[in-house]
Design a protein around this ligand. Structure first.
Ligand code: CMP
Length: 141
């Protein structure tokens, strides 16, 4: 099925000037960008976005990192977009990320793992609404 997923290029990958390289991988895999924005999240925004992880040991570090610099956020659309994006990103723990994946190439640590992608249709809907309440573009060409 055609799905949409939320993708974030994290502050460490933005700092490496890897935005273009990472977006190219999505496009090359057939995922279309239907919304995009760059922003520097506050701690409050990052906490709200990662609310499902509140109380976990890595939460404060994650929120600190995600609010440490600008991120590039996009909605990707395509056949099986959620799984496809996760495949292109590689494992969440970069130590386990397959060669040639975004995390293998651009991650610095488990927290600074270069990219985020929604893990389910339910979370994708919530995450897309979080950053793009006005909706996304329709791609007719
Ligand atoms: P992400 O896909 O953005 O979702 C939550 C993030 O928390 C995850 O990527 C990692 O960057 C981070 N994370 C998840 N689990 C751990 C962990 N065990 N140790 C450190 N960071 C983690």
């Amino acid at each position: 099925a055609i799905e949409r997923t939320l993708s974030i290029i994290k502050p460490n990958a933005v700092a490496k000037d890897a935005i273009g390289a990472i977006l190219s991988r999505f496009e090359a895999a057939g995922l279309k960008i239907v919304a995009a924005r760059m922003l520097h999240m506050s701690k409050e925004q990052a906490s709200a976005f990662y609310a499902v992880h509140q109380g976990k040991g890595f939460f404060d570090e994650l929120v600190g990192f995600m609010s440490s610099g600008p991120v590039m956020v996009q909605v990707l659309e395509g056949e099986g977009a959620i799984a496809k994006n996760r495949e292109i990103m590689g494992a969440t723990n970069p130590a386990e990320a397959a060669p040639g994946t975004i995390r293998a190439d651009f991650a610095d640590s488990f927290t600074e793992n270069a990219a985020h992608g929604s893990d389910s249709p339910e979370n994708a809907a919530v995450e897309i609404q979080f950053f793009f309440p006005e909706g996304v573009c329709e791609r007719t060409r």
